[in-house]
Design a protein around this ligand. Structure first.
Ligand SMILES: NC(=O)c1ccc[n+]([C@@H]2O[C@H](COP(=O)([O-])OP(=O)(O)OC[C@H]3O[C@@H](n4cnc5c(N)ncnc54)[C@H](OP(=O)(O)O)[C@@H]3O)[C@@H](O)[C@H]2O)c1
Length: 324
């Protein structure tokens, strides 16, 4: 089968199409013939700096849709030929992938494979950020960095559907602001956001801030919290030093900081992930949330998809078309 992999860290050019034997499922695993693979920012981090890469060569890719080709011993409730979506710890840029059965999801009625490939990372992440880690309550205000990206597009809509008060987004350019305003956001700041948040909230700050950027953006998000506000850290797009804080930062506003990683949750609490995923997928099947596919590439052109994400010009979700 064809796979896209890298043997060294670097720019998009290190991604190469090669051939590998089709993987067989071990006990508790499922082999999937891939229809579509989603492109995530974490794939770019894996390729450029080795984020969650255990060894080289490495096939990136965290999510697929497709058809089950074989199930391993002990797997129940899934069968060959079934259409599914799955979260994987890597390996999705390939014609077939082996996944733990715990992170394979049957498709809700009416969901097509193309849409399904956009869901496994973004939807449960967005849901968990707002509800499980962020503990959003009706009427509360929310501030979201990267509001026009994959996670950002879904968070805005889910927050609004959950009865948030006002939902504020932050993006890096004007065109993205227009897109975010069409996906659940009430107001979007371009670049600098501290003064905007202060003005928009009458100086109070926001109840919940979501930060995938880290560094200075993390610090300013913390400062933008209202009393008893919560900040959820879920990424480090800025590649800044990991944040550290303690009582001096938390006591004055009685604020909390939480963290979230879907891959860690998948490894440590797969049942919790399945519950969150089921709720989040339902939101898509019921039309509460829409995640537009804004660019689609053949598997062999994965490097082009990475180049596009790195220009910071993309909105919504990018996909690799693997079958057909
Ligand atoms: N912890 C988890 O479980 C989890 C799961 C999924 C995603 N994530 C994180 O959530 C974020 C969004 O993921 P995604 O896959 O949906 O990607 P994405 O949002 O479609 O694309 C990357 C985003 O990062 C923003 N960004 C900020 N600083 C950047 C920089 N220095 N270089 C490039 N982009 C930068 C860009 O928005 P602007 O240009 O508008 O700033 C862009 O929206 C990523 O940071 C990712 O690592 C975390």
């Amino acid at each position: 089968m064809r796979v896209v992999r890298f043997q060294e860290f670097g720019g998009p050019e290190v991604l190469a199409v090669t051939r590998a034997p089709a993987p067989r499922p071990g006990p508790g695993q499922v082999a999937i013939d891939v229809a579509y693979a989603g492109v995530n920012f974490a794939d770019i981090k894996a390729r450029s700096e080795g984020y969650r890469v255990p060894s080289l060569p490495f096939v990136p890719g965290l999510e697929v849709s497709g058809w089950i080709r074989a199930v391993g011993d002990g797997v129940t409730g899934l069968e060959a030929g079934q259409a599914v979506a799955a979260l994987t710890p890597g390996g999705a840029y390939a014609e077939a992938v082996v996944v733990d059965a715990a992170t394979v999801f049957a498709l809700p009625d009416g969901l097509d494979l193309r849409t399904a490939a956009t869901l496994p990372t973004v939807l449960p992440t967005a849901h968990a950020l707002l509800h499980e880690a962020g503990r959003l309550r009706v009427g509360e205000t929310v501030l979201v960095q990267g509001a026009a990206g994959g996670v950002g597009t879904v968070v805005g809509q889910l927050a609004r559907a959950a009865g948030a008060g006002r939902v504020y987004g932050v993006v890096s350019r004007e065109a993205k602001a227009e897109y975010a305003l069409r996906h659940g956001y009430d107001e979007v700041f371009v670049g600098e956001f501290a003064d905007g948040v202060r003005a928009a909230t009458g100086g109070r700050g926001v109840d919940l801030a979501l930060d995938p950027v880290g560094g200075e953006t993390f610090r300013r998000s913390l400062e933008a919290l209202a009393p008893f506000g919560r900040l959820v850290s879920y990424g480090n797009a800025s590649a800044a030093e990991p944040w550290r804080l303690g009582q001096p930062e938390l006591f004055p506003g009685a604020v909390s900081v939480a963290g979230f990683s879907i891959l860690t949750l998948a490894a440590t609490a797969p049942d919790a992930l399945r519950e969150i995923a089921a709720r989040a997928f339902r939101a898509v099947a019921e039309g509460v949330v829409h995640l537009p596919v804004t660019a689609e590439f053949p598997l062999a052109e994965a490097a082009e998809a990475h180049r596009l994400v790195e220009t910071r010009a993309t909105t919504g979700k990018l996909l690799l078309r693997v079958a057909g």
